[in-house]
Write a protein that binds this ligand. Structure first.
Ligand code: HPA
Length: 243
């Protein structure tokens, strides 16, 4: 048991899919994992472990925003020896390089959060994805004809941002989408020398005002989960432990 996760040692797999919404964790477990077992319901932040293609995988909700994600990611890395976390979420499109339903692979995550100030002082640390995992995910998406675009994310502390110009400024620097968690995930993975990746389907577009229907969101989300799970299987095989 850690402070916010009620799992016994060994109940959480080395590889974790992390949606923001805990009900998504349940949906991932029930839809994609064999023999899923729920290991957490503390604060309703559901977590499950099952297998996918013979590889043990967990699905753990993070909640919304970097402080919430950081609690779960820290405990998974520090207390449950988790090796890989793949955030599976949504983002708002910022750039004309992406359209709704695309999957953004977050190569790096800029942030307006002050969370890293106590860690690095005046140095602006660059939270970045694990290259091996990112390369594998890009390959898997290409093979499966999933529209994946790799580039920057903006991990904002504000869903309702009072500064509408910031999105345009960041888009001018190649940032593709805005979400609320990736920068903290990448920072913690770096701190603990683990692998992390954020995959986010574009659910709405801040430039065009385009939105996805609930049905489209669901289908795109499914494609992204398969990319995440197949990437974990490929990583695991590359590490020569199973299969
Ligand atoms: N802002 C922040 N997070 C998001 C958005 C957004 O517009 N869309 C989906 N996740």
């Amino acid at each position: 048991m850690s402070t916010h996760i009620g799992a016994a040692p060994g109940q959480i797999a080395p590889h974790v899919l992390m949606p923001g919404d805990p009900y998504r964790a349940r949906w991932i477990a029930e839809t994609f994992l064999e023999d899923p077992v729920q290991y957490n319901d503390v604060r309703g932040m559901l977590g499950y472990t099952g297998t996918y293609a013979g590889v043990r995988v967990s699905a753990q909700g993070s909640g919304m925003g970097q402080p919430s994600l950081a609690i779960y990611a820290h405990e998974l890395f520090a207390e449950y020896d988790v090796e890989t976390i793949v955030r599976v979420g949504t983002c708002g499109g910022l750039s004309d390089a992406v359209k709704v339903r695309d999957v953004v692979l977050g190569v790096a995550a800029s942030t307006d959060s002050a969370m890293n100030v106590p860690r690095f002082g005046h140095v602006s640390f660059a939270p970045a994805a694990d290259f091996t995992l990112a390369r594998i995910a890009a390959e898997v998406a290409e093979e499966r004809l999933v529209d994946l675009v790799a580039g920057g994310l903006f991990s904002s502390d504000q869903f309702y941002n009072p500064d509408p110009d910031i999105a345009r400024t960041l888009a001018g620097y190649g940032v593709l989408g805005v979400e609320m968690e990736a920068a903290a995930l990448y920072t913690l993975a770096a701190q603990h020398s683990r692998r992390a990746l954020a995959l986010c389907t574009v659910s709405d577009h801040l430039l065009t005002g385009e939105e996805t229907s609930a049905q489209e969101r669901q289908e795109t989300f499914e494609d992204m989960i398969v990319v995440a799970l197949e990437s974990i299987v490929r990583l695991e095989r590359a590490q020569n432990r199973q299969g």
